[in-house]
Design a protein around this ligand. Structure first.
Ligand SMILES: [Zn+2]
Length: 331
C-alpha cells in the first residue's frame, strides 16, 4: 500500500517539473495557512493517522496512555515527522510547491529564523506566553517591540485555555488593549485538546475555557479587536455560531481540527458554519507542528469537500484570510 509520503513525493516530482518549465509557482492558486508553528524539531512527534482519532477510555490504574487519542497503528495515509534538523526546510519547500503563505507563530527569534529563510512565505506572529508565574511587564514590553519595530502581524497563538484562563480575564486585558490600539489581529486557541488533555496530559487545561462565548466580554471592551478563534471553538458549534452572529469581525480557523478529528465530524463542523451563512469567516490552517505532509493532506480535505462550491473553497483556502489579515490582493 502506498503511503502518504510516497504519494506526496510523486506529486512533488510532477509539480516540480511544471514549476521548472514556468519558473514560477503563480499557476497554482494561492493559499494562506493562518496557523503554523515555528518549530525546529519535534522529538516528541510520532507518525500520525490523520482524521482517525479515537477517544478511547483510560483507566488510572494503567497510568497515562495515548493522551491525544491518536492511533499509531496501520493506516493510509500515515504522516511522518520530519527527520532531525529537516523540519523547517521541508515545510518551506511544501509551501513553495503548494503556493502557500503562512502565519507562523512562536518565540520572536524562532519566527524570525523562518522569516529570514522565506520572507515571501512567512507572516510573523507571536504572543505573550504563560500568564501564571510569568512577568507581565516584560511580556508587554516584548509585545510592543514585536508589533512595533519588528513588524509582527498577528498576536498568537494565545494559549489561555491550557492554563484554564478565560480570554476575558482582566489579567490579560492589557495585551488585547495593545493589539486593538496597534490594529493587530489576535489568534486565540479555543476548543480541541484531544483525549484526556485535562486529566492525563495537562492538569490546568479546561474544556470549558474553550467556549467561544467567553470572548464576548473581551469583545465588548475592545470593539475594534479582530479575533481569530483558533480551532473554531470545536466542538461547541452552537456557541461558535452565536459568537459569529453577534460579532461580525470574528473569524475562525479550522487548524488542528481539520486533520486530528474524524473526517466525517470535521466536514460536518465546517459545513455547519458555511451553511449557517459564515462562509466568509472560515479560514484554512494546519497547526503545522511536526509533519511536513500535513499541509498537502489538509488542503486536500477542503478541495475534496463535496458540500463546498469552488468559490467557497477559494474563500476558505485564501480569500477569507487575505481579508482578515488585510493582505494585498493576489490575482
Ligand atoms: Zn491551538
Amino acid at each position: 500500500m502506498r503511503t502518504m509520503s510516497a504519494l506526496l513525493a510523486g506529486a512533488a516530482l510532477v509539480w516540480a517539473g511544471s514549476a521548472l518549465a514556468q519558473n514560477t509557482s503563480a499557476e497554482t492558486a494561492p493559499i494562506i495557512d493562518v496557523h503554523m508553528h515555528a518549530m525546529d524539531d519535534a522529538p516528541w512527534a510520532t507518525p500520525v493517522c490523520p482524521n482517525q482519532a479515537r477517544f478511547e477510555a483510560s483507566d488510572p490504574k494503567n497510568g497515562p496512555e495515548a493522551p491525544f487519542g491518536w492511533s499509531i497503528e496501520e493506516c493510509s495515509p500515515k504522516l511522518y515527522p520530519a527527520p532531525k534538523g529537516q523540519y523547517m526546510k521541508m515545510v518551506l519547500a511544501e509551501m513553495e510547491r503548494l503556493n502557500v503563505r503562512g502565519v507562523v507563530f512562536g518565540e520572536p527569534d524562532a519566527v524570525k529564523k523562518w522569516q529570514a529563510a522565506a520572507p515571501a512565505r512567512v507572516i510573523p506572529g507571536t504572543a505573550f506566553g504563560r500568564v501564571a508565574g510569568g512577568d507581565a511587564a516584560k511580556a508587554l514590553k516584548m509585545m510592543e517591540v514585536a508589533f512595533g519595530q519588528d513588524g509582527f502581524k498577528v498576536m498568537g497563538e494565545i494559549g489561555l485555555q491550557y492554563e484554564g484562563i478565560s480570554p476575558s480575564d482582566m489579567r490579560v486585558d492589557q495585551y488585547f488593549a495593545l493589539a486593538e490600539k496597534l490594529d493587530i489581529p489576535v489568534a486565540i486557541h479555543m476548543g480541541t485538546g484531544g483525549s484526556g488533555r485535562a486529566n492525563v496530559a495537562m492538569p490546568t487545561f479546561r474544556g470549558s475555557m474553550g467556549d467561544p462565548l467567553l470572548l464576548e466580554e473581551l469583545l465588548a471592551r475592545h470593539p475594534k479587536l479582530r479575533v481569530q478563534v483558533m480551532h473554531a471553538g470545536y466542538p461547541m458549534i452552537d456557541n461558535m455560531l452565536t459568537l459569529l452572529q453577534a460579532n461580525s469581525h470574528v473569524y475562525v480557523d479550522i487548524a488542528g481540527l481539520i486533520w486530528s478529528y474524524p473526517r466525517k465530524e470535521v466536514n460536518r463542523y465546517i459545513e455547519r458554519m458555511v451553511d449557517a451563512g459564515f462562509g466568509d469567516r472560515v479560514m484554512y490552517g494546519t497547526d503545522q507542528l511536526a509533519w511536513p505532509g500535513l499541509m498537502a493532506y489538509s488542503i486536500g480535505l477542503i478541495q475534496n469537500a463535496d458540500y463546498l462550491s469552488q468559490d467557497q473553497k477559494r474563500d476558505i483556502l485564501y480569500n477569507n484570510a487575505a481579508r482578515f489579515l488585510r493582505l494585498e490582493p493576489v490575482k
